[in-house]
Design a protein. Structure first.
Length: 266
């Protein structure tokens, strides 16, 4: 309990510093970056397994349902790896996506398609494309890499009664800007838990493209929080994708060797 209070105390200081910064632009940007770094540190788990139900909702309201399992892992350098594998229905069963985070933001992603029994590496220019007919792009499924984005606090707003800091994120390098399908994102970060409760994604022309609503935050262990429901709305196309967490396990002993191309094509 003392350790938890200490960790929370650290980012509360950062948050209070942001709230007293006034109009100092550089300081505001630095504070927003500190909040994002603290968020990543606070919610880190060694490994995790989630079983999820995925619902694809068309513009007409028709629903397709899929089931998947998501494995995640953090290595000693805090670089994240993830493996998504579809469990049902039959036409997507065993399709899988492997993601390796890179410090410079040039993450590696491979998509395994059982029909061709081969893993295909996702080119950087293709990470802006939709993943398996959902409203998530491949880049949306990567960890939030604080080192390759610039963050600026632009205000505050309550989401479902929770006070949030609103932070704007833009690519920090020309390469990131070229590879991303977004000109900017806006993140609503809960001041009490540092959980992201909402995200907005803006296209290259600066128009709102997608809104991600993250509901049912739960405290899973210590200072670590997760959400049990995520809704990604494509406001331009009128479609949405809903993720519902059925079960969750963490720190179960997954190894780095599990997150390989050999496992991907298993």
């Amino acid at each position: 309990m003392t350790r938890l209070a200490g960790r929370r105390g650290e980012w509360v200081v950062v948050l209070l510093a942001f709230l007293t910064l006034g109009s100092a632009g550089d300081a505001r940007a630095q504070s927003a970056s500190e909040i994002m770094r603290k968020q990543r540190e606070l919610h880190r788990l060694n490994d995790e397994e989630e079983v999820q139900v995925l619902r694809l909702v068309s513009k007409s309201g028709a629903i397709k349902e899929r089931k998947l399992v998501l494995y995640t892992f953090a290595d000693p350098d805090d670089l994240r790896k993830s493996l998504i594998r579809f469990l049902a229905p039959r036409d997507v069963e065993n399709t899988a996506l492997l993601t390796w985070e890179a410090k410079d933001g040039n993450d590696d992603q491979w998509l395994y398609l059982p029909a061709i029994r081969k893993a295909k590496r996702i080119a950087a220019s293709s990470k802006k494309n939709q993943f398996m007919g959902t409203d998530f792009a491949f880049e949306d499924l990567r960890p939030e890499n604080v080192g390759v984005h610039r963050y600026t606090a632009v205000g505050s707003e309550a989401i479902d009664g929770r006070d949030c800091v609103v932070i704007e994120a833009v690519p920090a390098t020309e390469r990131q800007a070229a590879d991303s399908g977004y000109s900017k994102r806006r993140l609503w970060i809960d001041q009490d838990t540092l959980v992201a409760l909402k995200r907005e994604y803006y296209d290259k022309q600066g128009k709102l493209e997608k809104v991600e609503i993250r509901r049912k935050p739960v405290n899973v262990t210590g200072a670590v929080w997760r959400v049990d429901e995520v809704e990604m709305q494509d406001v331009q196309n009128g479609t949405k994708t809903i993720l519902l967490v059925e079960s969750r396990r963490f720190n179960v002993g997954l190894k780095d060797s599990f997150f390989t191309e050999a496992e991907l094509t298993r």
